[in-house]
Design a protein around this ligand. Structure first.
Ligand code: AMP
Length: 119
């Protein structure tokens, strides 16, 4: 069982923000911003690339509800999905990072020369 499935099962503790039958939102253990929430489906889906559209159709309003609950809808936020090796995905269970609570930086993600390859 993966770490996020263990959180869903209650075998690993988490600081929950919101849940319903299908989704769970909880605080990231290693926050990168004043508010850093992970939003996951309770069912194990390994990554965004393999996520069925019907899951996203229900996950989108859940994410929006979490943003509203934390009043990030007023100030703005960033939503990040790391997918696979180059995306830097460490936990192979679909999760959205919801980040906010400060004006976020937008760092260079690859060396400038590589990033400009198609410009
Ligand atoms: P990613 O690199 O996109 O796969 O992100 C995985 C995230 O899960 C990281 O930001 C970790 O800090 C976070 N994380 C890992 N284990 C836990 C846990 N037990 N509780 C909360 N967050 C976790």
């Amino acid at each position: 069982m993966c770490i996020f499935c263990k959180i869903v099962a209650g075998e690993v503790p988490s600081n929950k923000v919101l849940e319903n039958e299908e989704f769970l939102a909880f605080h990231d253990i290693n926050p990168k911003a004043p508010i850093h929430i992970l939003i996951i489906p309770k069912q194990h889906i390994k990554d965004f690339q393999s996520t069925p559209p019907e899951v996203m159709a229900k996950m989108t309003p859940f994410i929006q509800e979490v943003a509203k609950l934390l009043e990030l809808d007023k100030t703005g936020y960033r939503l990040i999905v790391n997918n696979g090796k180059d995306g830097g995905q460490e936990v192979m269970h679909l999760h959205f990072h919801l980040l906010g609570g400060a004006k976020l930086e937008w760092p260079q993600l690859a060396p400038l020369e590589e990033a400009k390859k198609y410009v």
